[in-house]
Design a protein around this ligand. Structure first.
Ligand SMILES: [Fe+2]
Ligand SMILES: [Fe+2]
Length: 270
């Protein structure tokens, strides 16, 4: 079935046209792990200074990579769940590309981590967040949490990592993920808008309630630092809290732009 066939089957479903456009975009942007500059560039930035300092830097990068690997492995679970439960043909077609993206991201992190010396500590709060999303009752909640919220916020993280890792495979990968997650977020916004048009007040209310349960865990996740980064954790804390406030404000704005009543959102105070 071509996209035109889906479009035909979707006649009278104009509100889904936006989602189909993201499907086309996802296909055009598709890349392969072999396209990364594996043999031309170092995997991660080389450390400077004493051997001890270099080892610390390497551990720090391994922990950054580990968290991104963890996030993308969880994204594989979440996107394949969406593929399986989304009731709309346009959404299924789109999610079939997102599943491929998330597993390609995972493949790239696995290879990069192997080159950087192996994995580090997992973030327990990230696991908890993903499970809350996987166990959420409605498609509306899942799309909101994963695509509208997390995938929007991860984009600025990729930009920060890219800026700190110029001239490496890691920078190249982060640039690709910025584009991919931009598409994932855009598609999620387009789909959530359609879903909420037909949603009952009760469903919308549940979505806000779920957000209120999720936000305190999100705060713990945002401020969590593995032991590899405990040396810099204190120095980073003020900036982390600032960034967290910005992230929460973005989440509220996105919910508002989808027509949700955000007056009952309880913003946790980190
Ligand atoms: Fe991803
Ligand atoms: Fe993604």
């Amino acid at each position: 079935m071509t996209t035109e066939h889906v479009a035909e089957a979707a006649a009278g479903r104009e509100s889904y046209a936006g989602l189909l456009r993201f499907y086309e975009l996802a296909k055009r942007q598709e890349w392969q792990v072999r396209d990364l500059p594996w043999s031309e560039l170092p995997p991660i930035p080389a450390g400077k200074g004493s051997p001890k300092r270099q080892a610390q830097r390497k551990d720090m990068w391994r922990s950054v990579l580990t968290q991104q690997l963890q996030a993308d492995m969880l994204a594989c679970d979440m996107s394949s769940q969406l593929l399986n439960i989304a009731p709309d043909p346009e959404a299924r077609l789109y999610y079939s590309t997102m599943v491929q993206d998330e597993s390609r991201h995972t493949e790239a992190w696995l290879k990069l981590i192997a080159e950087a010396g192996g994995t580090a500590e997992r973030d327990p709060y990230l696991d908890e967040l993903a499970h809350m999303t996987l166990e959420a009752d409605t498609v509306e909640e899942k799309v909101f949490q994963m695509q509208v919220f997390y995938e929007r916020l991860i984009i600025s993280r990729f930009r920060l990592i890219a800026r700190a890792s110029r001239g490496t495979v890691l920078e190249d990968l982060c640039d690709r993920l910025t584009t991919d997650d931009g598409i994932h977020h855009g598609a999620g916004m387009a789909y959530e808008r359609v879903l909420l048009q037909g949603a009952s007040e009760k469903t919308k209310r549940k979505l806000v309630d779920a957000a209120n349960r999720l936000l305190p865990i999100f705060v713990k996740h945002a401020l969590w630092r593995p032991k590899e980064r405990s040396v810099i954790a204190e120095a980073m804390r003020r900036r982390d809290v600032e960034r967290l406030h910005e992230d929460l404000a973005i989440g509220v704005r996105l919910a508002e732009s989808l027509g949700l009543d955000v007056s009952d959102v309880e913003l946790p105070n980190p």
